[in-house]
Structures are given as structure tokens and as C-alpha cells.
Design a protein around this ligand. Structure first.
Ligand code: BTN
Length: 267
């Protein structure tokens, strides 16, 4: 049986879209391995900045650190966008932070609750993680060639659709409010907000967005554990640096900057 074409279709998203570049070219797939796979392939073949790949279902959705990102068909938002922020290889981290911050802004407004960012890429509220970002980049001889920013947002997932991991609870717009939400409208709002912050990042650098990011940062002032160069360490979150690194006051003394590491919040 063929998978029914459901959406969010490009025309539905574009009806709400107020961007100059992001989402102006858009590919929709009812069923794919991963939207990041499709976007990476398109980017390698020269697809321009702003192209978006959107899917109704992923058979092999992935998250950071080799984790699986699973989502029932037709309920959530899975989209990947191609960005070409220039050759500075560190650009991939600020782009992740800009995207996570934008999603937290959109979901906070939409749901009228406090939605924050767990550095670097999780979008969380009191009841759990609502969205995640997987940025995958390609480096060429002279630096960063492009970044594919893959975004998964739990929109209409029911409680039974969400992974049952009590230590890492998950939530969706539906489980938080009891209402169904328009995925196309959310996609357009997310793309619009990302474009606005991303353009500021391109123009003025991430340092100028630092305050805005820190205002949305979960766990500021909290003790976190992390692994660095194969060793377990812990410290207190101070904020982010001008290049997007997490600043931690290390319990061993001094300030540590984290770039790719995952943090675990300690009780
Ligand atoms: C994470 O929380 O670790 C990141 C999850 C990212 C999931 C999205 S869904 C769209 C895109 N395609 C993928 O395979 N992953 C990202």
C-alpha cells in the first residue's frame, strides 16, 4: 500500500512563510530514511542556502551522538535546511545554537509556556524535551562548505508515541496542551525566526546574540557533568562565549569552554 501523502506540504508551509531564503526552495517526502541524508546530498550537488527538505515520516531518523530519532508518521515536524554560513568551521556550532534558540522562541510564544534551550541543541520545557537539532557539516579544503541543520519537533505526538525514558522525559505540543497544532504554520514560524537570527549572526557574529541565547538557556548556574578528553569532570554553567562554547566554572578550578561535549545536569 502506498503511504498517503499528508504533509506538511511545501505549499502549506509557503502560504505562511515570511522569509527571503529559508524554505523558498522546498522538497517534501512522505517517507525517507532521514531528511538530513537528502539535504546533505542536495548540498553536495550545489543546492543553494535556504533549501529545506521536509518529511512526513523517517525510517532512520538520527539524533546527536548516534542516537535514534523516532517519530510516528504524520504527527511531528521533521525538516532539514541547507545553510552556507561561510568558511569558518566554528560556524556549525553557532548555527545550531541560533536554530535551537529560534525554536524555543517560537514554541514559547505558541504554547504560552517557558521553553528553553539545553546547550547546545535540545529544546526543553519543564515536562521534557520538545525538539532536537542535528547539525551535520561538510568541510572542504578552505573550511566549512555547508551545514545541514536537521530539526525534529514533537508537534502532535501522543504520550504513547514518545520515548519512555524517565531520566530524559519527552513532551509534544499536543501532550502539553491537549490540542492539535498546524505543522505547516509551525514550520513557517520556525523558518522565519531562524532566518532573522541567522542573518544577524552572519552580519554581526554570534557574540551579538549571546545575551539573547543566555536569556533562553536552561540550567544557567546549575552544576553539570561532562566528559572532556576522556575524563569525567563537573562544574557550574556560567553562560556561553562569543563563539557559542559553553562556559563552565570547573570544580577543579578555572573556566572551561565546551564545544561538542554533552552535558548532564546534576541534582
Ligand atoms: C537530537 O536531539 O539528538 C537531534 C534530533 C534531530 C532530529 C531531526 S528530525 C529531522 C532531521 N533528520 C534526522 O535524521 N535528524 C534530524
Amino acid at each position: 500500500m502506498n503511504t498517503p501523502v499528508c504533509g506538511p506540504l511545501p505549499a502549506d508551509v509557503q502560504r505562511h512563510l515570511a522569509t527571503a531564503r529559508l524554505g523558498r526552495r522546498m522538497y517534501f517526502h512522505p517517507d525517507v530514511t532521514s531528511t538530513n541524508d537528502i539535504a546533505l546530498d542536495l548540498a553536495r550537488h550545489g543546492e543553494p542556502e535556504g533549501t529545506v527538505v521536509i518529511a512526513d515520516h523517517q525510517r532512520a531518523g538520527r539524533g546527536r551522538r548516534g542516537r535514534v530519532w523516532s517519530s510516528p508518521p504524520q504527527r511531528n515536524l521533521m525538516l532539514s535546511m541547507i545553510l552556507r554560513p561561510g568558511s569558518d568551521a566554528r560556524g556549525a556550532l553557532p548555527v545550531t545554537l541560533v536554530s535551537a534558540m529560534s525554536i524555543s522562541v517560537v514554541l514559547s510564544k505558541l504554547l504560552d509556556i517557558d521553553v528553553r534551550v539545553k546547550w547546545p541543541n535540545d529544546v526543553v520545557c519543564e515536562r521534557g524535551k520538545i525538539a532536537g537539532i542535528l547539525a551535520e557539516s561538510s568541510v572542504s579544503g578552505s573550511g566549512l562548505a555547508f551545514v545541514v541543520v536537521g530539526t525534529g519537533i514533537n508537534v502532535n505526538a501522543r504520550a504513547e508515541d514518545l520515548p519512555a525514558a524517565p531520566a530524559y522525559p519527552a513532551a509534544s505540543c499536543f501532550t502539553l496542551t491537549g490540542s492539535e497544532w498546524d505543522r505547516a504554520k509551525i514550520a513557517a514560524d520556525v523558518l522565519g525566526t531562524i532566518e532573522a537570527y541567522y542573518d544577524r549572526f552572519l552580519r554581526d557574529g554570534f557574540a551579538t546574540l549571546r545575551g539573547a541565547y543566555e536569556a533562553r538557556l536552561a540550567h544557567l548556574g546549575r552544576r553539570v557533568a561532562f566528559e572532556q578528553q576522556g575524563r569525567q569532570a563537573d562544574g557550574v554553567v556560567l553562560g556561553v562565549a562569543g563563539d557559542g562554547a559553553l562556559r563552565v566554572e570547573s570544580s577543579g578550578g578555572g573556566e572551561t569552554l565546551l564545544y561538542g561535549e554533552s552535558i548532564e545536569v546534576l541534582p
